[in-house]
Design a protein around this ligand. Structure first.
Ligand code: SF4
Ligand code: SF4
Length: 305
């Protein structure tokens, strides 16, 4: 991996144990590119919640939670669940990845817990997501927020994407980070980006320049062979195809808890019920063509010499 003519030998700065908890199987949308394929299920979410919370309570190290789905805000006890996690001292952060359909009033009861919460708003151009930016305006002083702006590869969506991107930059929220992300195709069982045409790639590179001017752009720390430490803008990292670590050593520190209480160990095919799952770091040698999830780029990775 080369950046500005320098060989990169390590990426990421490590991170606490990250538990991604898929709270429910359903969602208001059915995005064509959704890897989850939402569906209605008969799972007793309250029962699963009790078991998972007990298991998390017994973890002996700091934990960062990421709540997702389906759409996590549709969990029948969403507010109670956030309160329970908040009250665990070792849970240091609670990210909620949401399509931001709930009203402003839905979010306000979470204000007492806001110091641990980050609302990660995902923008899905196939749906109208009415009032998306108005709700951001209404809540911008109350919660930490972050936008994942999914850039569709079909040209018919390009004008709507441009309009939405302009709306975001017009808000002048230079402290609200945004990532313009390409769609990942997981249909073949492995992950690869969908194919993008020149017009959309040009839109992406325009947004990359705009994001670089923000006060706090998301960055990925890397170390060169000469020992120099550099922070690379997350969008540049992706546009230069730097998220490819096949054969590198990776300190993978994330697990996925599914709505039915099963636990997946990402980047391997392992799965266990939460009652029997060990929740902790794993040292892997990366076997994948791309590392598709931005959240995983910060796990420490070193090039095998
Ligand atoms: S909003 Fe998210 S979970 Fe819902 S269908 Fe779209 S990608 Fe899937
Ligand atoms: S795909 Fe998985 S194993 Fe490979 S670098 Fe990313 S997190 Fe690590």
């Amino acid at each position: 991996m080369i950046y500005n003519n320098e060989k990169i030998v390590s990426v990421g700065k490590g991170s606490p144990l990250t538990l991604s908890w898929e709270l429910v199987t359903h969602c208001q949308f059915k995005c064509s590119y959704c890897y989850f394929n939402p569906y209605e299920s008969s799972t007793n979410y309250s029962e699963v919640m009790k078991i998972v919370l007990t298991k998390i309570k017994n973890i002996k190290e700091p934990v960062e939670m990421t709540l997702l789905g389906g759409e996590p805000t549709l969990h029948p006890e969403f507010h109670h669940l956030i309160k329970s996690l908040y009250e665990m001292n070792h849970v240091t952060k609670i990210d909620v990845i949401t399509n931001f359909q709930p009203t402003v009033e839905f979010w306000r009861p979470l204000l007492p817990y806001k110091d641990k919460i980050e609302i990660v708003l995902s923008y899905h151009v196939e749906y109208s997501q009415k009032n998306f930016f108005k709700k951001i305006e209404a809540l911008k002083n109350d919660f930490n927020m972050n936008i994942i702006f999914l850039v569709h590869n079909e040209l018919k969506y390009l004008s709507k994407l441009k309009e939405a991107a302009d709306k975001y930059f017009e808000l002048g929220l230079e402290t609200l980070p945004i990532t313009f992300a390409k769609l990942v195709d997981r249909s073949s069982g492995s992950a690869e980006y969908f194919e993008y045409q020149a017009e959309t790639l040009s839109f992406l590179s325009e947004q990359e320049k705009r994001v670089k001017r923000l006060k706090y752009p998301e960055v990925i720390p890397v170390t060169t062979e000469a020992g120099t430490k550099i922070e690379i803008n997350q969008m540049e990292f992706s546009s230069k195809n730097m998220n490819r670590f096949k054969g590198w050593k990776c300190q993978m520190n994330a697990l996925i808890i599914h709505p039915d209480g099963m636990v997946s160990y990402p980047c391997t095919n392992q799965k266990k019920h939460i009652l029997f799952a060990e929740l902790g770091k794993r040292n892997l040698v990366c076997a994948h063509e791309i590392c598709p999830c931005e959240a995983y780029w910060n796990f420490t990775k070193t090039k095998n010499s």
